[in-house]
Every structure is written in C-alpha cells, then in structure tokens.
Design a protein around this ligand. Structure first.
Ligand SMILES: CC(C)(COP(=O)(O)OP(=O)(O)OC[C@H]1O[C@@H](n2cnc3c(N)ncnc32)[C@H](O)[C@@H]1OP(=O)(O)O)[C@@H](O)C(=O)NCCC(=O)NCCS
Length: 157
C-alpha cells in the first residue's frame, strides 16, 4: 500500500524536468511559453520545496530572499489532479518555515491582478487569501500592461 501523505523535500534549485512537467500541466496559468521557460530557468537556481506522494512528484514551490526582511514565492504549482488536497498549503507552510529560518519577517507573492478578469487566477488569489496572504499593492506595469500584477504578502509570526 502506498502512503498517500504528501512529504516535502528541499533542494537548492528546482529539478528542471519536474518544474517543466508541472508547469506544462497547468496551461490555464502558465500558458505563455516565454514566461514558462523563465520560471523553469529561474527556479533552477532557487531553494525549492518539492511535494511527493509516494514516489510521485505532485507539486513544487521556489522562493527567493527579496530583502533581508522578506522572501518571495517565485513560483508554485500543484498537478491538476492533486488540487484541493492540501498540497499547496503544505508547500506554503514549508516556504514560511524556511523564510523564518533565514530571518525573514514577511512572505510575498506576485500574481495576476483581478483588474484582468481570469477565472483561473481568481482561484489562485482565493488560495493565497485562504493561506493568509492579503493584497498589498497593484503593480500594473510590473509585467507589462497586458499582465497586471498584484503584490500579496503575509507577516510571518
Ligand atoms: C494555487 C495552488 C498551488 C493551490 O494548491 P492546492 O493544493 O490546490 O491548494 P490547497 O488544497 O492546499 O488549498 C489550501 C486552501 O486554499 C483554499 N482554496 C483553494 N482554492 C480556493 C479558492 N478559489 N477560493 C478560496 N479558497 C481556496 C482551500 O479551500 C484550502 O483551504 P482550507 O485548507 O482552509 O480548506 C494550485 O491550485 C495550483 O497549482 N494552481 C495553478 C498554479 C497557480 O495558480 N500558481 C500560482 C501562480 S501566481
């Protein structure tokens, strides 16, 4: 019998094929090829928490230290057939623990703003709010006018 409890393994960078496989399984979120390739490249050089169930990778999240006080979630993805099973929350919890251990007091994430209507990113913002993030600032030009950015963050207790 396989243990269905997800577990987290940290690596200094994301495994390229794992990151690419997961992001390509999420075309409604990562459908811009140039952006997808950028996430795969960048996450390869960032501390990465990978979620495993048995011998299967089901999700990953990469993080960078943006300032001494704040770490930023660079990318997070969970395989679609594993959504809504607590894996995203587990990954964010792992990032929070690591951010705290690095001296950070805040965890931030940039996502698509609601000023660009998109049902998939509505779900993403709902997830971030459920795990404790709040909207901090609209950054309409950060990714360009076609991709308005919302900065979200949470204080690390
Ligand atoms: C966002 C994502 C990582 C969340 O992972 P997940 O494993 O499905 O999320 P979880 O099951 O851990 O959900 C955690 C909490 O968020 C809540 N949640 C999830 N979607 C929600 C929504 N649309 N509205 C409100 N709450 C939501 C869950 O109910 C759960 O709360 P609970 O623990 O109190 O029940 C995953 O859905 C995903 O890969 N999405 C596509 C990629 C993406 O959006 N990446 C981020 C780009 S910025």
């Amino acid at each position: 019998m396989t243990d269905a409890t997800p577990r987290i393994i940290w690596t200094p960078g994301a495994d390229r094929s794992v990151a690419e496989t997961i992001l390509r399984a999420l075309p409604d979120w990562f459908g811009i090829e140039e952006a997808l390739v950028g996430y795969v490249e960048a996450s390869g050089a960032m501390p990465t928490a990978t979620a495993w169930i048995g011998d299967k990778v089901v999700g990953f999240a990469s993080m960078e230290q943006a300032t001494p006080a704040a770490c930023d979630v660079h990318v997070i993805g969970v395989l679609p057939d594993c959504h809504d099973q607590g894996i995203g929350r587990l990954l964010i919890g792992a990032l929070e623990n690591r951010a705290r251990s690095q001296g950070a007091r805040f965890l931030t994430v940039k996502t698509l703003s609601s000023s660009y209507p998109d049902p998939f990113y509505d779900r993403t913002r709902g997830f971030y709010e459920a795990v404790g993030f709040a909207p901090l600032a609209e950054l309409p030009l950060h990714w360009g006018p076609d991709n308005p950015c919302l900065l979200m963050g949470k204080a690390l207790a």
